[in-house]
Design a protein around this ligand. Structure first.
Ligand code: SAH
Length: 350
């Protein structure tokens, strides 16, 4: 049976029929409404270091990029930003992201997570790339409860080309280990990578489902200067929207954030299409202004003010969400999708 569905998913992914596209988005919206209801979560993102020892061909902060000004926030400063985000701005879930930066020892990161947890009640998600299992374990013990860790592409050959010295199986091994420890996982892939096929995109969707993450992030590839892929074309907005909608059909209960990469390509108007086509979460950027323009994983990553946490962006995002009869859960909302009891259980607070 599944292969018949896969054929249909592939057909819909490739279809250029506008009426069918609109129907697909509407169907995804209906399923979202039935399964995960009207809560739209807004998470906070803190990009604390753009130093990276990896070589991902598409990424602007890759080790080989000598033209990027590198920065690192010290743990005390990261903690302060996170605690303010939670206690003053009301975020309930924060993603702390960096390149693969061994400058931060496991003790540093544990201290950071403990400090945030001690001073605020917030779900700490980390996005720090591949570390050893002991590190993931220790960070869980420190109180981190989520890991954002994309598999990037489910095509093992393409994976190897894009990630020299690494492999998809190793990436998936890390992912499974992270899940085994008990983390909530956010995973997903890039859309429109050079050499990517529609079949492999369908496999990405089924791989997400099989990994049963709490959250799935799908965003378009955007070329980045000073990388080997700088002259390639970006992923397609429509294809990314189709991927989001199809994921909602295949794996209805997942939380699907509308990525800043999609917003970057499609302008802020695309938010609405994604929100009405299966998406149900957003992220606002809380990275301090003196460094955030250097977190350039793709060109112009943090140049759109609407993605940055400020009074106006909070207001317009809240307006967008509520104008469609949805509720802002978490962040600056009063009701959060996770109940207080769940939060306590997730955060290990007695
Ligand atoms: N180092 C961490 C995460 C940091 S980068 C890790 O390995 O998980 C976060 C995400 O940015 C990556 O997972 C990748 O999917 C995305 N990204 C990197 N370069 C990109 C580009 N050029 N266009 C769009 N997304 C990109």
């Amino acid at each position: 049976m599944e292969h018949i569905w896969k054929e249909e998913v592939l057909r819909l992914l490739r279809s250029t029929d506008q009426a069918e596209f609109i129907e697909l988005l509407q169907l995804a919206d209906r399923i979202r409404d039935e399964v995960v209801r009207k809560q739209v979560c807004v998470h906070g993102l803190i990009e604390f270091s753009n130093n990276c020892s990896s070589h991902c061909l598409y990424c602007g902060i890759r080790a080989e990029n000598k033209n990027l000004q590198r920065y690192r926030l010290v743990p005390e400063d990261i903690a302060e930003v996170a605690i303010t985000a939670a206690n003053i701005h009301g975020y309930k879930m924060l993603v702390l992201q960096s390149g693969e930066d061994p400058w931060y020892s496991v003790d540093d990161l544990s201290w950071l997570v403990k400090e945030i947890r001690k001073q605020s009640k917030v779900l700490v998600f980390l996005s720090i790339g591949e570390r050893n299992m002991e590190t993931y374990d220790r960070l869980y013990q420190a109180g981190a409860r989520g890991m954002l860790f994309r598999f990037e592409t489910s095509d093992p050959d393409l994976y190897r080309i894009l990630h020299p010295n690494s492999s998809l199986s190793l990436r998936l091994e890390h992912l499974r280990e992270i899940q085994r420890i008990g983390y909530f996982v956010a995973t997903g892939s890039l859309v429109g990578l050079p050499g990517q096929t529609a079949e492999s995109l369908v496999n990405d969707l089924y791989l997400i489902r099989d990994l049963h993450p709490m959250m799935a992030t799908i965003g378009p590839f955007i070329p980045s200067k000073n990388t080997p892929l700088c002259n390639e074309s970006p992923g397609s907005i429509a294809l990314t929207l189709r991927m989001i909608a199809l994921l909602r059909l295949i794996y209805p209960k997942v939380r699907i954030p509308i990525t800043t990469a999609l917003e970057k390509l499609g302008g802020l108007e695309v938010r609405e299409r994604a929100l009405l086509g299966g998406g149900n979460a957003f992220m606002l950027n809380l990275t301090p202004s003196h460094v955030r323009m250097h977190y350039e994983i793709y060109d112009g990553k943090n140049s759109t003010l609407g993605h940055i946490h400020n009074e106006e962006s909070v207001h317009s995002l809240t307006h967008l969400i509520t104008s469609h009869g949805r509720n802002v859960c978490k962040g600056f909302g009063k009701d959060f999708t996770l109940s207080a009891k769940d939060m306590d259980a997730y955060c290990g607070i007695q």
